[in-house]
Ligand binder design. Sequence first.
Ligand code: ZN
Ligand code: ZN
Length: 273
Amino acid sequence: MAQAANSLRSHFRGMCEALASLVFPAPCRICAQILDTGSRIPFCHPCMEALQQTLPEPQCSRCGRPIVSTAVAGGISQPECHLCRSQVYSFDLARSYGAYTPRMARAILQLKYGNVAPLGSWFARRLTLLIARQPDPFVADAVVPVPLDHGRMRERGFNQAELIARPLAHLIGIPFRSYLLVRTRPRPCQLRLTRRERWETVRGAYATHKMAQVDKLRVILVDDVFTTGATLDACSRALKEAGAARVVGLTVARALLQSPAPEAGWQDQDFGE
Ligand SMILES: [Zn+2]
Ligand SMILES: [Zn+2]
């Protein structure tokens, strides 16, 4: 009964949105082209298509970073990046859906500040495609979003990683456990951080909840952007110290070395870390 009411409500909302888009044509929130159809996600078709891209191959077998190496491309050496060869990361595996392009950055900004919650489900479906592309199945006991600190959570009202992780958990049928991890130290106010500062600000900034049962748990950790990997690493360290057996990090986007510098209009993007 409740389900029927919900479906009726969402159908009605869809009709209202379609009608509103006819009466008040809205611009695409990425490129500002006027949208011609009603959609719960205010992006035009070309922008939606541009968001659906994969990362270049080959990638590091552990952290998923695209690597440029003729030896690897020729299949001579084990595809592992220099950071993973030096055992920098504590997570067992990390994968990202697509590159952190200017369009992707704007899309993620809409998830954070644009009040476009349906985008979380759209990104979650991209992550299911990413999971389906992996050669080995992802076996996990819990899906955990990278948490925000209390102050930020209060200020924003929601955690963007949770908007992606919750529908993802539902889609892959693995329990959603946002309470397992907490951010104990706030992120500094400064918006743009150097690579070194990113590592320093997140080191020891996360902990498992004191009531959480993490022992032997296999965790899928979800965030919006993988920039240096410092955040996933710090979260993974906290989970492993509490006894987690395996941590796989999944992010929607991956900042690549050649990712363009932020342009006017989204300078406040904080790259998720
Ligand atoms: Zn557009
Ligand atoms: Zn790597």
